[in-house]
Structure formats: C-alpha cells, structure tokens
Ligand binder design. Structure first.
Ligand code: LLP
Length: 427
C-alpha cells in the first residue's frame, strides 16, 4: 500500500509507525491494517461506479465496527451473510436500508431480524426461502425488497472450493431448466415480496472478466424473459464480488475503474440488444477492498534447517490466523521486517505453532540465512478471509486487528485472552 515503507535500518513502517514498535506495543501475531488504504480502496470502488450503481462491501472478508463506520463514511453499502454480521453492522450504525442480506440457509429468526430492521434487500437463495421471507414479511406487516440469486453456470477460473456458479453446488437457483424463471413467477405472486432484481456471484479471486461477461449475458437474458412473460422490467442487477488481488508478484489485478467500465459496458450492451432499460448495477467486492490493506506481523521462533531439504521457520501463529494456505493452497509472500540482512537467501517454509503438519503459512519462500528467533516477519495481503476465518485451534488465541492511520495505531479488534476462551467453557 501507499503508506508502507522501509526506513534506513530496514524496518518496515506503516502509516509512519515502525513494525518493531507495533510488535512492542500490541504483541505478535497481529493483523496490521492501513486505514487510509482501506478508505482509499473503498472510495475508488464507489467513485469508479459513480452514482448510477451501488457498491456493497462483502463483510465476510473482514468485518468489525470500525470497518462498518469507515464504509458508512465513504458512502458504501454492506453485504452481510449471517445474524452475527447483521448485528455488527447495525450496532455500528449502518443504516438498515444500505444492508443486503445473503445466505443459502438463513434461519427464520435471522430473516425476522433482517426484515424487522428494514434491510434494503434480502437475496433469496431457494424456493423454500421465497415462501419463508414472504411469510415473515407479511407477519410483520411489510413488503420486503428482494433479489433472486441465480446460478448462471459459469465456472470462474479460481480454486474449486471457492467457485460458486457452476451448477453442482449449494448456492442460488439455476437458470437451467427454467428454474430461475419459475422462482421469479412465484416471487412476483407473493404480497410480502417486492422483487427488485436478480443476483449473480460467480466465484472469488478472479482476474479474467470473461466470466462476468457470460454471467451478465445470461442474467439479462432472464430479465428479458421476465419482461416478455410478465410485462415487468426488474430495476436492479447485482453481479456479485470476486475480483482478484495480488498475493504474489505473478498476480495482476484490475483497477476498480477498469472493472466498473467493463461491467457497465457489458450490461449496457446486453440490455440494448434485448431492448431493455438498463437496470441499476450493484457489485459486492470484499477481498479487493480489504485484502491488500493488512499484513500479519509474526515473531520468528524456532528455526529448523533440514539437511538437503529446506529450513522450517516457525512463527507464533499459523493456521488459526491464516487458514487459506492449508485450505486452498493459497500463495503468500513474506519478508523480514525488523532489520536488514546481507545474509544469503535460504529456501524456507513458514509454519505455525499448531499440532498439524499442514499448518503452513507460506509454503515456499526465501528468507535470509541469519534469520533468528525474535526477528519479525510480515505476510502481506492478509486483510481478507484471515481474521474472519480465524479459529481457536489448539486453544491458540486469535490475534488483534490494529488499525494504523496518520502515525497513530489503535486496536479495532482486541487480542483474545485466556479469559475469553474460558468464559465460554461452562462445564
Ligand atoms: N458476494 C457473494 C454473494 C459472495 O458469496 C462473496 C464471497 C462475495 C460477494 C465477496 O467475494 P470477494 O470479492 O471477497 O471475492 N474464503 C474464501 C473466499 C470465499 C468467498 C465467498 N463468497 C477465500 O479465502 O478465498
């Protein structure tokens, strides 16, 4: 990010604060988040789409009350996918009408809370949910604005576990076999629902825009069928999130304005061809906003050279603060940040402290051969899906999130304590 630099001693500084000072003050491991960078990315997405579209930050990537306030101030909306995320959003003052509620298995209780709060939209994910939400809205004496999530049969070029638009998976209602058209038919009949549009999300960590092109083509195709059958033009279309970020030097992400231009053009072109009024577009980037804004700061512990193989560098966290390497074979980079070193590079694997051999943070990397216990290393691009997927495996305590801005650092999510752990254990 803009505000991450090295000073003369080779110490990494973020927002004007040396990593060494952050480690002293807040301990390690810690997620260090650059607030200016977060705000700049959020703003870039909003301005790229202008006033003709809406940007919903996907809270699953990382959510806290400070983040909700930043989003609010920067004019973004918020996508939540559980009662917990909804509660966080509301408690930090996000206006309910700027919240979208997602999920393939929202509980009746979660739906009731969302409807009662007045969320701007609920994204319907199944035939059963269409009826469920309509019922609850009627019970509460209201009409809920909804979109229907359709699966368009696009498999984005990404890791299999995180691709969500090919047919054989749990999300959405397939376009195939007229299922989505049938869902629309039912939703339009129910008094408790105001169907405002269609939703498509094709996957995550995507660089290639062609998946979005196919998705938009198919979604607009359904909009046209709806117009022909029912005489209504649905006013909104959401193309989901999924835009990739750079984890290693090989990745080449698109800028928000390029993405906005591409998506707006695709939808405009498709609608013109179908002689439809262009609907209002929305998108749901999570990773692309928060991913690059944070790094994880670790202290090096045991350094174990294995003759003829590599050196295992153990850090004071691991798969409990970053499961992505173990789960998706995700690639990260890492650097020594507490000093410079002239030592030879050594082939290394950065591992955690968990009782599991798959507990790897960075599979293959080079670190200086004089690396020693007490050195600080940092893994960049851990803002998305690291704290939000953190666990207590081995009763390891989840790290804090420290936000840095204008030379000041403050904890926005505090470090877990043993008391926190024991408080839940009531046996
Ligand atoms: N909208 C919907 C409906 C989604 O399901 C997702 C992500 C997003 C937006 C945001 O996608 P993003 O822009 O962040 O790629 N844990 C995985 C990623 C799972 C993504 C799930 N859905 C990972 O660590 O890579």
């Amino acid at each position: 990010s803009q505000t991450v630099r090295r000073d003369e001693d080779g110490v990494l500084t973020v927002g004007g604060i040396p990593a060494t000072r952050l480690a002293e003050e807040f301990g390690t491991p810690a997620y260090v988040l650059d607030e200016d960078d977060f705000r700049a990315r959020a703003r870039a997405w909003r301005t790229a789409f202008g006033s003709g579209a809406d940007v919903f930050y996907a809270g699953k990537a990382f959510l806290s009350r400070a983040v909700v306030r930043w989003l609010h101030e920067e004019g973004l909306n918020l996508d939540v996918c559980s009662g917990g995320e909804l509660a966080t959003a509301l408690s930090a003052g996000m206006p309910a009408e700027r919240i979208a509620f997602h999920g393939n298995n929202k509980s009746p209780e979660e739906i009731r809370r969302a409807v009662a709060a007045g969320v701007g939209r609920i994204v319907l994910d199944s035939f059963q949910e269409i009826v469920r939400v309509a019922h609850i809205a009627q019970e509460l004496g209201t009409r809920q604005r909804v979109q229907i999530r359709v699966t368009v049969g696009v498999e984005a070029h990404t890791h299999e576990f995180i691709a969500t638009a090919h047919e054989d998976q749990k999300f959405g209602i397939p376009l195939a076999g007229g299922q989505a058209a049938e869902a629309v038919r039912r939703a339009l009949k129910l008094d408790g629902l105001e169907l405002i549009g269609l939703h498509s999300h094709i996957g995550s960590q995507i660089f290639d825009m062609s998946g979005f092109e196919v998705a938009a083509h198919r979604v607009v195709g359904l909009l046209k069928d709806i117009r022909d059958e029912h005489g209504v033009e649905l006013p909104e279309i959401d193309l989901g999130g999924g835009l990739g970020i750079a984890y290693t030097s090989g990745d080449d992400p698109r800028e928000p304005h390029e993405i906005a231009k591409a998506l707006t053009e695709i939808v405009g072109r498709e609608c013109e061809a179908a002689r439809l009024t262009t609907p209002r577009i929305s998108v749901e980037p999570g990773r692309a906003i928060v991913g690059p804004t944070a790094f994880t700061l670790y202290e090096v512990g045991t350094v174990k050279p294995l003759e003829g193989l590599r050196t295992y560098v153990s850090v004071d966290g691991g798969m409990s603060d970053n499961i992505r390497t173990a789960l998706y074979d995700a690639e990260y980079s890492v650097a020594l940040v507490s000093r410079t070193s002239e030592a030879e590079p050594m082939l290394s694997r950065v591992v955690g402290k968990h009782c599991e051999s798959g507990d790897i943070v960075v599979r293959d990397t080079f670190l200086p051969a004089d690396l020693a216990p007490g050195d600080l290393i940092a893994v960049p691009a851990t803002g998305a899906y690291c704290r939000s997927m953190a666990s207590n495996y081995n009763h390891v305590l989840r790290p804090p999130v420290v936000a840095v801005r204008d030379g000041e650092a403050r904890v926005i999510v505090r470090r877990e304590t043993e008391e926190d752990l024991l408080r839940l254990d009531v046996g």
